[in-house]
Write a new protein. Sequence first.
Length: 109
Amino acid sequence: MSEGIDLTVIDDGDRSTITVERGTTLRDALRNEGFSVYGTVSSTLNCGGRGLCATCTVEVDPAPEPVHWHDRGAVRFGYPRLSCCLEVDRPMTVRLLEKHVWGQVLPRR
Ligand code: FES
């Protein structure tokens, strides 16, 4: 059995800890625990974790090096990271973002 890695998840001010198997995609890890990384429409209409729709963004700290072309673009232009393009390989703090319909990030309150 693989070692578990703790993730701190911040969702609208609530902070919780989940333990994730090393190598799990961050998107899948969050969804498996009942967290949504999407907006209302993109929760159904998304690319299924292929790194194409850019609707699964989250903020992560520490931020891993990007390995996917689309996630490299997110880093280059200062956008949140694509959770489907990040494998959990270390403890991280993940902040979920409030999104509108497709996945546009709403300004923080
Ligand atoms: S689910 Fe489409 S880019 Fe992540």
